[in-house]
Design a protein around this ligand. Structure first.
Ligand code: ATP
Length: 581
């Protein structure tokens, strides 16, 4: 198959903002592909060669890509760089400079999907001396036989910034449309949520149909999308929703970790599927040594503790473990415990379909005693008064609140879902809000006065899952200390774009735009209607969206969340509804 056929489909999806149209375009392509090729094309459409959780990444630097464009096009590196800065994307620069070459090149060979994949595998595997030069030449080799559109997407794939706009949900829609019934869509999504591998799901569906999809189970080594909690404004409402009885656990304020433990070793994944094994080597080895069985997948929260008395320390302490270098010192200086709260697989048996009480029982017998492995503190609660006592104790023990968990027969582990089987309740002394917001930075305003020469305020957005856009919700200028103000360019500038990113919905125009990538935790006094912001625009009032009043940065950069995990517009609407009660 020619790569140009695929590149032209990427181009068509990029040109439409309608999710329905995007689904139809992708589905037309998917139907024509062999299952194995489909798998690769699904990864490529997301700018990858493998699922997200694979450690290997293509990740070529912009500089190297510009060099390859220069070599192929005959334009100087300086000229290519200028154009790339102007367009805000090396891919567009390649498109403009490499266009037309294909027809005149004497020794050009057709660029097939197979050849693209073979070269990308070589780029990914290049290591050691001269590897940069080799990568650059492999890319140039493909660009030589590319037309403009093919060149655009080759450069985007190798830098990992596809910008096609088709998110995971659209790809799932397209797969259902190509190979199944509309009503099968939730089952296909379940298969993705328990494996986090869209390519595998596509290949399984195309080759084995829905029967094969129903057989997809959790698998050691494939991180599972995490189950998430809903919120309610009071403990009495939580008890009512739980029909009078539930399990309550402490809500620990640390880093969520999913541990895949086997005889070969342990891998720890963050909630955004990054491999964190190197950040918690002590926890990894304790889990392996203390596991009674042969293998298991468990979840817990890693929390920093005081070395002397074992008391829990604030969230900021555990973030010292996120560093890349000097881990040996960090392990000594910042001791950590893992508080386990769920089990998803044990000795080959998928436990996600078991109700919570059964999972909890299995979990509580799964490990031998160990200093840094602890079961989350849990109690069965039967009234709002008991819930209140448990909550107060959780706060005095240094937790941020409680997690109420359903004990009903249907209380399965719902991978990738936020629902009322788990309900969180947190202390929030700043306001009457039920929760903090995790928002994506989409822009910055230059500072004035004391903040002159730095970014003074940020434009923040919430993710609209339906529209697959980031809608603005506040301008954030409070809660930044000097250290954070100084660190902003390092944190944000790599995501700068030439103009407003396609997927940002904003009426405000900041001085600098960013691709939504960095997530900050924000508190606020309340949600109010605003003519300036676009979150839930027109839902509660014509010409108005929802905005945060008196937003304040809490100091937490949520490295553990991907931009699509930011507090969604649907959640914001729900919180606005609760606030009015
Ligand atoms: P938050 O920002 O409040 O941590 P979140 O969006 O990360 O929320 P939620 O599902 O809303 O995720 O809240 C649950 C989070 O709380 C989990 O992701 C986990 O990191 C943490 N947590 C701490 N203790 C527990 C517990 N006992 N059971 C489940 N999750 C817990």
């Amino acid at each position: 198959m020619l790569y140009s056929d695929i590149a032209s489909v990427f181009d068509k999806t990029e040109r439409t903002s309608s999710r329905l149209e995007m689904t139809a375009i992708l589905s037309d392509l998917f139907r024509t592909l062999e299952p194995r090729t489909l798998r690769s094309v699904v990864y490529l459409s997301q700018g990858k060669l493998h699922p997200d959780f694979f450690p290997q990444k293509l990740g070529m630097s912009d500089k190297l890509v510009l060099k390859a464009i220069s070599l192929t096009s005959g334009f100087s590196e300086n000229e290519v760089e200028k154009l790339s800065i102007k367009e805000g994307d090396p891919g567009t620069a390649a498109e403009l400079l490499i266009g037309g070459k294909k027809q005149t090149a004497l020794f050009s060979e057709p660029l097939t999907v197979e050849r693209v994949i073979k070269n990308l595998v070589l780029i990914e595997g290049s290591e050691g001396k001269d590897s940069q030069e080799r990568k650059m030449k492999l890319l140039a080799n493909m660009l030589h036989d590319s037309g403009p559109i093919e060149a655009r997407y080759l450069c985007r794939i190798v830098t990992g910034r596809m910008r096609v706009g088709a998110g995971s949900m659209t790809i799932l829609d397209a797969l259902a449309l190509s190979f199944a019934e509309k009503s099968d869509r939730p089952e296909i999504e379940r298969a993705f949520n328990v494996t986090c591998d869209m390519g595998m799901v596509a290949e399984t569906l195309a080759s084995g149909g829905m029967d094969a999809i129903r057989n997809v189970r959790v698998k050691l080594g494939n991180p599972i999308k995490v189950m998430l909690a809903e919120r309610l404004p009071s403990l009495s409402e939580i008890m009512e929703r739980m029909e009078g009885t539930c399990a309550m656990e402490y809500k620990y304020d640390g880093i969520r970790v999913q541990a895949h433990i086997s005889e070969e070793g342990v891998r720890l994944y963050s909630r955004r599927l990054e491999d964190m094994t190197n950040n918690f080597p002590d926890i990894a080895s304790s889990l392996k040594n203390a596991l009674k069985g042969k293998e298991a997948i468990v979840e817990g929260e890693c929390v920093s503790v005081n070395a002397k008395d074992g008391r829990m320390l604030p969230f900021q302490e555990v973030t010292h473990r996120r560093r890349k270098h000097g881990m040996e010192d960090a392990v000594k200086d910042y001791p950590v415990k893992i508080f386990l709260f769920d089990i998803l697989q044990t000795d080959g048996e998928d436990t996600t379909d078991l109700p919570y009480p059964e999972r909890r029982d299995i979990l509580s017998h799964a490990f031998n005693d160990s200093d840094n492995i602890v079961m989350s503190h849990m109690q069965t609660v039967n009234s709002a008064a008991e819930a209140e006592t448990f909550f107060t104790k959780a706060l005095s023990d240094g937790c941020e609140g409680i997690m109420a968990k359903s004990v009903a027969g249907a209380s399965v582990y719902r991978a990738g879902n936020r629902g009322f089987l788990w309900i969180k309740y947190k202390k929030d002394y700043h306001s009457d809000m039920t929760d903090t917001f995790d928002l994506a930075v989409v822009g910055a305003f230059y500072g004035m006065g004391k903040r002159k020469g730095r970014y003074g305020a940020l434009l923040m957005a919430s993710y609209d899952r339906e529209m697959q856009t980031y809608a603005t919700i506040c301008k954030l200028g409070t809660g930044f200390d000097d250290a954070f103000l100084d660190s902003m360019p390092d944190l944000l500038d790599k995501y700068k774009t030439a103009g407003k990113p396609e997927n940002v919905d904003s009426k405000m125009i900041p001085d600098v735009w960013f691709d939504p990538s960095v997530i900050l935790e924000v508190t606020a006094a309340e949600l109010s209607l605003s003519p300036i912001h676009t979150a839930a625009a027109g839902v509660f009032k014509e010409d108005a969206g929802l905005a945060l009043r008196f937003p304040r940065f809490t100091g937490k950069v949520r490295n553990d969340k991907a931009p699509e995990d930011s507090t969604s517009v649907a959640e914001v609407m729900e919180m606005y509804g609760m606030q009015k009660i």
